[in-house]
Structures are given as structure tokens and as C-alpha cells.
Design a protein around this ligand. Structure first.
Ligand SMILES: C[S@@+](CC[C@H](N)C(=O)[O-])C[C@H]1O[C@@H](n2cnc3c(N)ncnc32)[C@H](O)[C@@H]1O
Length: 237
């Protein structure tokens, strides 16, 4: 079950503003060009920024996310009319044949259990044509990003000003839990979203990919977050 900030219509509507500038997605688009991909399956597409950007660039895109409110936001974006959006888990998009599968925005970390993680890798593998690529990122546990996660910020959105505060509630590696509180100034509404992410290390992620039948072609530093995140480029043989 995705977190409230993806499933609540009011929170999904402010996700893009709160998430900020997304140069990470440009790196994925340029990687799609580098790999020569003409078709893409975006798992955990959220508000669809990558899906719509890739479709606008001429790539045939299927995008899936279980959070209907986020997909609703995605459907209103330029380029969305060219995307096949599906509300549901990754497997709901099968059968599928694509040259590239992506998981942007650290989607890989929402799969908490090993079984859940190997299942999504299996779906990616089934969706790819032989020689196709799976590309995703994951925060490196060594960088301890959560130590800088207690924040309070105010954002101007189309729905008025929103104050967003975040507090880390538990660190029991590989799991880190945090609570994000949204206060809408317009009517004083307060909504709290509780999250837990799994921080797998490079070795574990590589072992999971190999067990799912992938060859690992390259592991890069995330261009926008060097030292904090790794980008895995794996290939279905
Ligand atoms: C941090 S957001 C990233 C969204 C988008 N990829 C981006 O880069 O903005 C994580 C996304 O994972 C989705 N998610 C949560 N559980 C999922 C699951 N079991 N299968 C697929 N997506 C899931 C959430 O609904 C949310 O949209």
C-alpha cells in the first residue's frame, strides 16, 4: 500500500512542487537515448514526469503505479495522452515487451521485503525483450541521507501555501521510517504521511539482479546526487 503522500488527492497534487527540481529525470531520458530505447515501462511512475517526458520524446511508454491519485495528476500533464497509464502493481502491466524498464525517484526502496523486491525484478525481466535494460537508482546506506531529513519548509502551490515538515521516526537498518506532515494554510487542514524505505547496499542489489536473471552492465553515481545514490544499469541477456 503506497504512502498517503502518493494516494491522497490533495497531497498528490502538491507532490511535484514539494519534490522540487528533477534534473535526475533528464539523466534517465538521456540514458534512454544512449541505449537507443524506443519503448519504456516506468514502474512506480507517480505523477508521471518521466513517462510524459519520454512519450513527448517519441518513446512508446507504459507507466504503472498503485496510487490512483498520483496517476490522476500524471494524466493531466503534457504528453500524457501518448502514455498507457495503469493503476496497480507492476505486474498489472504484463504481458509487455519493452526495451527499457525504469524505476526513478528511488522507487526501488519502497519494496521492503526481499520477496516483494524479487517479484518486481521478475516483472521487469518478463517485460523486457532480450537485450533490453532495467535502470533504477537507490540511495547508498553508507551516505546516511536520513540524517539530513528532519526539515520544515513552506511551498507556494496551485492549492495555496503548504508547510511541509519531516521527522525521522526510526532507523532500524535496512529500514528508515519518517513522518511527513503537510499543513495547508488555506483551510488549516493537516495531513500526515508515514513512510518506511529499505536501504539495500550495492552488494545486495547486485545479488538480487543476478538472481532475477540480469547481467549488470554498469553501476554509476547518480549525476545529480554523487556519493548519495547509485544508478544500476542491468541487461536481460
Ligand atoms: C518517491 S515516488 C517516485 C515516483 C516517480 N517515479 C518519480 O520519480 O517521481 C515512489 C512511487 O512508488 C509508488 N509505489 C509504492 N508502492 C509501489 C508498488 N508496490 N509498485 C509500484 N509502485 C509503487 C508510489 O505510489 C510512488 O508513486
Amino acid at each position: 500500500m503506497p504512502d498517503l503522500h502518493f494516494t491522497h488527492p490533495r497531497l498528490a497534487a502538491v507532490y511535484d512542487v514539494v519534490d522540487g527540481e528533477r534534473s535526475d529525470l533528464l539523466a534517465y531520458l538521456s540514458l534512454a537515448g544512449e541505449l537507443g530505447a524506443t519503448s519504456l515501462f516506468d514502474i512506480g511512475c507517480g505523477t508521471g514526469s518521466l513517462a510524459c517526458g519520454a512519450a513527448t520524446a517519441g518513446i512508446a511508454v507504459t507507466a504503472v503505479d498503485p496510487a490512483a491519485a498520483s496517476v490522476e495528476v500524471a494524466r493531466a500533464k503534457a504528453g500524457a495522452e501518448k502514455v498507457r497509464f495503469i493503476v496497480g502493481p507492476a505486474g498489472a502491466a504484463l504481458p509487455l515487451e519493452v526495451e527499457l524498464v525504469t524505476m526513478t525517484g528511488n522507487v526501488a526502496q519502497v519494496f521492503l521485503g526481499d520477496e516483494e523486491w524479487s517479484e518486481v525484478l521478475g516483472v521487469a525481466h518478463q517485460a523486457l525483450t532480450p537485450g533490453g535494460h532495467l535502470v533504477f537508482e537507490s540511495r547508498q546506506p553508507e551516505a546516511r541521507a536520513w540524517e539530513a531529513w528532519t526539515t520544515r519548509e513552506r511551498f507556494e502551490t496551485a492549492a495555496g501555501a503548504v508547510e511541509v515538515s519531516r521527522e525521522v521516526t526510526a532507523v532500524k537498518l535496512p529500514f528508515v521510517s519518517f513522518l511527513t506532515t503537510y499543513r495547508f494554510e488555506e483551510d488549516g487542514a493537516v495531513l500526515c504521511s508515514a513512510s518506511t524505505l529499505c536501504f539495500r547496499d550495492r552488494q545486495e542489489l547486485e545479488a538480487g539482479l543476478a538472481a532475477a536473471g540480469f547481467d549488470i552492465e554498469e553501476v554509476r553515481e547518480a549525476p545529480d546526487r554523487p556519493g548519495l545514490e547509485l544508478v544500476f544499469i542491468a541487461r536481460r541477456p
